[in-house]
Design a protein around this ligand. Structure first.
Ligand code: BJW
Length: 224
């Protein structure tokens, strides 16, 4: 059995990482749509850097929860028959024990060169707007996918969705494409589709089965 699991901010909520569109989803009065765009970075780079600096610093204060750990158990059982794709830029899946995680919206602990597309680990001492160690010329930016940019690894995701017997969406509002469209794609290719979310997502009607509650309870119950 081949399984594709898509996760969103809701899986990390009980670890203490704020989601984007729930009640506490604003960051210093900014909507994510106002700070997570290339245009926002051009206009106010310091504000956007501060948003990611704060989230990177907060990583040190949070731990994976039973939902992350359950998905690591699923990987141990299924091996490469599990394709775990996350929209999250935190590292809680990895710290929960998952070894293969596809970060379609990038990673907080990585930086991207604006000139040569070189990816480098974002270490604590990088500071703001450091030069790229690859080309030495251009500036590094957060290695994340903003609105209007193409998510990472879409070809691999497409193949995994085509081959999936089961597609499970965990902790995502279904407000952002292309991830919000995966349920319809997977269903069209023949997968059984399951939603595990605190509340019905925007696409809840496209799922064969929808279970609503906290991820820390729903995910272990589904995995085990
Ligand atoms: C719990 C819980 C608990 C809480 N347990 N659950 C018009 C129509 C359609 C599409 C478009 C359109 N105009 C533009 C577009 C495209 C655009 C888009 O979708 N815009 C929308 C606003 C409509 N998309 C893009 O631009 C994307 N690129 C693109 O489409 O390129 C074209 C292309 C695609 C494919 C191939 C070739 C070309 C890029 C999107 C980039 C999104 N980036 C962000 C920021 C990333 C970096 C960062 O983290 O800062 O990604 S925005 C933000 O939203 C972040 C998230 O990954 C993403 C999704 O949010 P998520 O994870 O769903 O969080 P929430 O807060 O929305 O929901 C949390 C859920 O958890 C809720 O339902 C809660 O109930 C639940 N929950 N506690 C279980 N304990």
């Amino acid at each position: 059995m081949r399984v594709v699991v898509l996760t969103g901010a809701g899986i990390s909520a009980e670890s203490g990482v704020p989601t984007f569109r729930d009640a506490d989803g604003l960051w210093e009065g900014h909507r994510v749509e106002d700070v997570a765009t290339p245009e926002a970075y051009e206009a106010q780079p310091s504000v956007v850097q501060a948003f990611y600096d704060a989230r990177r610093a907060a990583l040190a204060t949070v731990e994976p929860n039973p939902a992350h750990v359950a998905l690591a158990r699923l990987e141990a059982a299924l091996g490469d028959r599990l394709f775990l794709v996350t929209q999250n830029i935190d590292d809680l899946h990895e710290r929960g024990g998952s070894r293969h995680v596809h970060h379609m919206h990038g990673e907080l602990r990585s930086a991207l060169c604006r000139g040569c597309d070189h990816h480098v680990p974002w270490t604590e001492d990088l500071g703001d707007f450091p030069p790229c160690p690859g080309c030495g010329v251009a500036e590094l930016r957060p290695d994340v996918v903003w609105f209007g940019e193409v998510p990472y690894g879409m070809d691999q995701i497409q193949v995994a969705l085509q081959r999936a017997d089961v597609f499970v969406s965990i902790g995502t509002s279904g407000a952002v494409y292309p991830a919000a469209g995966f349920v319809q794609l997977a269903g069209r290719y023949g997968a059984r589709t399951i939603e595990l979310n605190l509340q019905p997502s925007e696409g809840t009607e496209y799922f064969d089965d929808a279970r609503h509650g906290p991820a820390s309870a729903l995910v272990p119950a589904w995995v085990d």
